[in-house]
Design a protein around this ligand. Structure first.
Ligand code: FES
Length: 291
């Protein structure tokens, strides 16, 4: 799969990476070095120096008995290439060990540019599995060692996404039982009937714009990106430690036609922190019966 053409916005901020949040209980703050087995020291030394951009410190500088090269990252951590006669080949796209590097958006942009200019094959193996604003590419060194390079565009991850579908007619309220959830796929929203009335829930996860599915057997919405869950009111039901301050799902406003049919305006998005009964739209018949 070729690398996608879109790039993150320019920024020198190191973004927050989900799952990489600093912990006061961390036993290891960072690693000191990692060792890579290679079959041709000259070839690999050139690749890590010229393609990856590491500083070559020199050869055979450690107690390692085999021929080796020591290179340094700009963080001070070392990459040590150790020459072996042969190494076990790792099949591409298999679940073998790989190393992932988190970059700023500008570093990511420069990496894509430099790798492409060097004629290195750059692929995006996770493109189907990443959330909006996440960027990830995969490169392989001359021995097939796999590196993932990623960044996160926070602006794109949290921007409001309008489906561009205008006003969607959803039919008579009588078509929906209380508790029912119907996906309007072309406009990416769920119409939900609660005892309080109707909600049109945007399908985009409020964590980082992953696309939700409805799991009927669990009466919940689920995001495959980082597994956030929401109930039928759109309130998050996942761990508040993993997802602190996660807002409720966004709404599209609902109105009713002169015949009393449900109309959802997907050109407008309502942000909210949590469900309140007043957010649910009641059909005209229910309103007049209550008066
Ligand atoms: S995008 Fe992260 S859980 Fe949905």
């Amino acid at each position: 799969m070729p690398v996608k053409e879109a790039l993150p916005n320019p920024s020198d901020e190191l973004p927050f990476f989900y799952g990489c949040e600093p912990s006061p209980d961390a036993l290891v703050e960072h690693f000191s070095h990692f060792v890579v087995a290679v079959t041709d020291l000259d070839r690999s030394e050139a690749w890590y120096r010229d393609v990856v951009g590491l500083d070559l410190l020199g050869r055979d500088l450690t107690a390692e008995p085999k021929p080796h090269s020591v290179l340094e990252m700009n963080t001070g951590q070392l990459v040590i290439l150790v020459e072996h006669e042969s190494i076990d080949e790792v099949r591409r796209s298999s679940h073998g060990v790989h190393h992932g590097f988190a970059l700023t958006q500008n570093q990511y942009r420069r990496a894509v540019e430099r790798l492409t200019a060097s004629g290195i094959e750059v692929v995006a193996e996770r493109e189907e599995f990443i959330a909006r604003g996440q960027y990830s590419i995969d490169v392989y060194d001359p021995d097939g060692h796999h590196y993932q390079i990623e960044t996160m565009d926070e602006v794109q991850a949290h921007e409001l996404i309008l489906p561009g579908a205008g006003v969607i007619a959803c039919g008579s309220p009588d078509l929906y039982e209380v508790g029912e959830v119907k996906l309007f796929r072309e406009a990416n929203f769920f119409l939900v009937r609660l005892s309080e009335g109707f909600l049109a829930l945007s399908r985009w996860c409020t964590h980082m714009n992953g696309l939700l599915i409805y799991q009927k057997e669990h009466w919940r919405f689920w995001c495959g990106m980082h597994t956030a869950t929401y109930d039928r009111r759109g309130d998050p039901t996942c761990s508040t430690t993993r997802f602190p301050d996660l807002p409720a799902l966004r709404l599209h406003p609902i109105s009713f036609s002169p015949e009393g049919h449900i109309l959802v305006n997907t050109d407008e998005v309502i942000e909210r922190t949590a469900f309140e009964p007043g957010q649910a739209a009641q059909p005209p018949a229910a309103v007049s019966a209550a008066e």
